[in-house]
Ligand binder design. Structure first.
Ligand code: HEM
Length: 152
């Protein structure tokens, strides 16, 4: 009788330990930042992405083209890297302006935005970023659309 009682206690204790392990494991799931490969990987993707957008002939917005000609592209890449790093849970602080202030007056359309998203997807595919990480990143950037798009 006593042995059976002891065995039950041991089994219950083991179950409690196992469930605690399972909980703590789900709490320490890697951040998107880590899953993307960290700062250097993000930097590489962002750099290629910005170059791809700059060369995208589908984007015929003259105000955007004119602005891209006069700004420091390396600084833009730096800021975008900070933004993605911070947004994905990494150890960075975004030091740029908010999205509304940054893009005001550029008359960016939903179509322009869609082309930029398409360029990002193509770049992520080029770097073989898996589907889940790609979707997680798009889910962070997608909600910024209303602050960036100004015209139909
Ligand atoms: C989710 C989508 C986007 C994000 C996260 C994003 C992010 C950024 C960031 C971080 C900057 C630099 C901020 C600063 O200078 O303080 C920037 C600048 C800029 N973005 Fe975007 N952007 C997005 C979409 C677009 C689209 C769709 C276009 C045009 C087709 C665009 C065109 C520009 C231009 C021209 C600048 C330079 C503005 C300037 O310095 O005067 N962006 N963007």
């Amino acid at each position: 009788m006593k042995t059976r009682y002891n065995r039950s206690i041991i089994i219950l204790t083991l179950l409690a330990v196992l469930s605690a392990c399972a909980t703590s494991e789900s709490k320490t799931e890697a951040t998107l930042y880590d899953r993307l490969g960290g700062k250097e990987a993000i930097q590489a993707v962002v750099s290629d992405f910005v170059d791809t957008v700059g060369a995208d002939k589908r984007i015929t917005n003259q105000k955007v083209a004119d602005r891209l000609k006069v700004i420091d592209i390396n600084r833009l890449k730096e800021l975008l890297t900070e933004q993605v790093c911070m947004g994905s849970g990494g150890p960075c602080k975004y030091t740029g302006r908010d999205m509304k202030t940054t893009h005001v007056g550029l008359q960016i359309s939903n179509q322009d935005f869609d082309y930029v998203v398409d360029d990002l997807v193509k770049t992520l595919d080029k770097y073989k970023v898996p589907e889940k990480e790609k979707n997680d990143l798009l889910a962070i950037l997608g909600p910024m659309r209303p602050d960036i798009v100004e015209v139909q």
